[in-house]
Design a protein around this ligand. Structure first.
Ligand code: ADP
Length: 187
């Protein structure tokens, strides 16, 4: 199964993605995690990505597309995968579809939208700022990330809806409740 997780920052993609990994036995590919690892390791790629990330802007398409393509080629991702944080704009979504075709892999099966109200998103990101100290969880950066999500990533709902792949799940409730909703939605 090939799943794309969609939702605002703080909507729970990472957490629910991990639960899907455990349940389905396929890897999760998180561009956010990969980029943070590159920044921490001080690689060239990390240096290129760091400023955009800390400002709450999107990292250049070429960079994240390169990360995903390399990861999709690995053996454990051949039976399926869960994408968390990618695609984040229409260009990335189109490239992903083309990439799977080019690699002779089946297309995305489902795009799961975790729906959470803006106020709840802001509350969660503030909590995460306190707990994890992420550089991009500061007040003004949080606001900008939500703007970027609404402008660039939200249109992907229509993109996957047009492909009849979109399922929307309420992202509020206990972690297990939300997970059950996701399992129900992906069939
Ligand atoms: P969140 O979903 O909580 O906003 P992520 O961990 O997914 O955070 O991503 C953190 C940051 O990494 C983003 O704000 C952005 O700068 C960068 N990033 C992650 N994925 C992508 C992507 N697909 N395209 C561009 N930038 C990305």
């Amino acid at each position: 199964m090939r799943i794309v997780l969609l939702g605002a920052p703080g909507s729970g993609k990472g957490t629910q993605g991990e639960k899907l990994v455990a349940k389905l036995g396929i890897p999760k590919i998180s561009t956010g995690d990969a980029l943070r690892a590159a920044v921490a390791a001080g690689t060239e790629l990390g240096l290129l990505a760091k400023a955009a990330m800390n400002a709450g802007k999107l990292v250049a398409n070429e960079i994240v597309i390169g990360i995903v393509e390399e990861r999709l080629e690995q053996a454990d991702a051949k039976p399926g995968f869960i994408l968390d944080g990618f695609p984040r704009n229409t260009e990335q979504a189109k490239v992903l579809d083309a990439m799977l075709l080019r690699h002779g892999q089946p297309a995305i099966d489902k795009a799961v939208h975790l729906q959470v109200e803006d106020e709840e998103i802001i509350r969660r990101l503030h909590l995460r700022a306190i707990k994890e100290g992420r550089h991009d969880d500061k007040e003004d950066v949080i606001r900008h990330r939500i703007e970027v999500y609404n402008a660039e990533t939200h249109p992907l709902l229509a993109y996957y809806e047009a492909q009849h792949k979109l399922v929307t799940v309420q992202g509020v409730g206990s972690l297990d409740e939300i997970f059950e909703r996701i399992l129900g939605a992906i069939g």
